[in-house]
Design a protein around this ligand. Structure first.
Ligand SMILES: Cc1cc2nc3c(=O)[nH]c(=O)nc-3n(C[C@H](O)[C@H](O)[C@H](O)COP(=O)(O)OP(=O)(O)OC[C@H]3O[C@@H](n4cnc5c(N)ncnc54)[C@H](O)[C@@H]3O)c2cc1C
Length: 467
């Protein structure tokens, strides 16, 4: 591995202002939003075209230099951290919305566009891109496709994999290819695009994509409801679905979340006897909304909900939603000096009551605080484990708690990672899940990685380890 020759060649294929080598700037690429160990890259390259990405990756493959794609860096599992002297490929300069095509129902977009920017542009055309991670102000199209991101609207609209028609992908050998189609239907052989979506930058670098778009809902009403028992709140979700509702969002916040937010946002208050809160968005034609609300209020009351409030006013909706939006920063503020490990389990919605009870039991067993919120409309819970990084016993409890949460989800028919991905933090749990579902899949995953990336240069050590 001759890094000096690689460095000189890189500067031949991309201009000097697209290469970062100063230590101060390199530090900015040493971490993501997760508690994973940080690592400083040897160099950061900021390409502007697919051709530049291709040339740089060809060089990395030739000189056997590990290379790590990076976008908004909001990953919660260490995905874009450049371990082992890797070089970072920062895709944020590829940030144009290339075409909005309403007749063909797609937007063609470069990967560095942030999701909120994309939706602001689409709103001008009366459309939107439904997947909405809570990090959408900072998260990009590329990072979201690579992570297989989901979000609040997942229960109704699924995750990014359901909204990608085709994408330009640079393979780890440097060849650019177009995977998938621009059309809404596509059966062109094996579905390689689906392998790349959610591969966390280990099978290819996505440079631009055709994303399916959808007309904006005609009307939205937001409801907020409290519960005295966390299990009742969890049970309400199954009741809502069984009655045929598919709400745009169903967000769950436990008491710990409400406590954290109330100390962070002074306008936020909650009844002192409540143990959980749900925020529910219903969408549809304006003339149907009253009927929907009446029916939803009945379901919620039947499930033990109280102090039910609803509104279709934009500012009031924002006020209700603030509790969810502020949850993560509120937690970081409340437990400053401690660390937060955000978990990302899913269970079938009918098993949510068992899952929330289980989270409480695991927290008591290990004596670590767990604060939970989640996009429960699709059974996705985010138990956030609070631990002290300077206390060895707290750190070892953290790993036991994380493992027990994952195993509980698997036992309830769920998964250890719903939308954040595996990165470096969930590799053991992925193996545990595959042991239940058929460990032969791990062999297939390793074989697929070798076929795409024979020299293991693209984001090595993430998702799975190659022996
Ligand atoms: C407060 C907070 C809330 C969050 N809420 C959610 C949520 O509700 N739902 C959810 O799904 N996630 C959530 N996340 C996690 C994260 O924001 C998403 O996964 C997001 O989509 C990552 O996008 P990014 O641009 O930040 O990618 P990065 O963090 O930069 O990268 C993510 C991964 O993709 C790879 N990568 C980046 N760009 C490319 C590319 N162009 N080609 C190939 N590989 C690439 C990287 O190597 C890395 O492995 C949250 C994070 C935070 C901090």
């Amino acid at each position: 591995m001759d890094f000096e020759s690689f460095r000189a060649e890189v500067k031949r294929v991309v201009s000097g202002d697209k290469v970062i080598e100063s230590r101060g700037e390199l530090m900015l690429y040493s971490y993501d939003a997760s508690p994973a160990e940080s690592a400083i890259p040897r160099m950061v390259i900021q390409p502007e075209t697919t051709n530049e990405v291709s040339e740089v990756i060809k060089l990395a493959n030739e000189y056997l230099i590990p290379i790590v794609p990076s976008s908004g860096r909001t990953s919660l599992h260490g995905g874009p951290i450049p371990y082992n002297g890797a070089v970072v490929l920062d895709l944020m300069r590829m940030n144009k919305v290339l075409e909005v095509n309403l007749e063909d129902s797609y937007v063609h977009v470069e990967v560095g566009v942030r999701l909120d920017e994309l939706n602001a542009e689409l709103a001008r055309h009366g459309h939107f891109f439904p997947p909405d991670p809570a990090s959408s102000t900072a998260a990009t199209v590329g990072g979201s496709l690579a992570n297989g991101a989901g979000g609040m609207r997942g229960a109704k609209y699924g995750t990014v994999k359901d909204w990608v028609l085709g994408a330009e992908v640079v393979l780890p050998t440097g060849e650019p290819v177009f995977m998938g189609c621009r059309t809404l239907k596509c059966r062109a052989g094996y579905d390689l695009l689906s392998l790349v979506i959610g591969s966390e930058g280990t099978l290819g670098v996505i440079t631009n994509a055709y994303l399916k778009i959808w007309p904006l809902p005609e009307a939205i009403v937001r409801l907020r409801v409290y519960f005295r028992d966390v299990v009742d709140a969890a049970r309400a979700v199954g009741m809502i679905k069984a009655r045929g509702f598919r709400p745009l969002i169903v967000e769950f916040l436990d008491r710990g979340t409400m406590e954290a937010v109330s100390g962070y946002v002074k306008e936020f208050t909650y009844p002192r006897d409540s143990e959980a809160m749900l925020i529910i968005d219903l969408d549809g034609p304006p003339e149907a909304m009253k009927r929907y609300i009446d029916s939803m209020v009945n379901i919620l009351k039947g499930a033990g909900g109280y102090e039910i409030e609803w509104t279709g006013d934009k500012d009031e909706m924002d006020r209700i939603y603030m509790a969810r939006r502020a949850a993560y920063p509120a937690l970081l503020r409340l437990f400053s000096g401690m660390r937060v490990m955000p978990e990302d389990i899913s269970v079938p919605p009918s098993r949510l009551p068992e899952a929330v009870k289980g989270i409480g039991s695991i927290a008591s067993k290990y004596g670590l605080k767990i604060v939970t919120w989640g996009h429960v409309g699709d059974g996705n819970l985010h138990p956030n484990i609070i631990y002290n990084p300077n206390d060895q016993s707290s750190v070892s409890k953290l790993y036991s708690v994380s493992r027990e949460l994952g195993l509980m989800a698997i036992n309830l028919g769920g998964t250890v990672s719903s939308e954040h991905g595996i990165g470096v933090l969930k590799k053991d749990l992925l193996t545990s899940e595959l042991e239940v579902k058929g460990i032969a899949q791990l062999r297939l995953m390793k074989a697929i990685k070798r076929v795409f990336d024979p020299n293991n240069i693209l984001n090595p050590g993430k998702v799975i380890d190659i022996d």
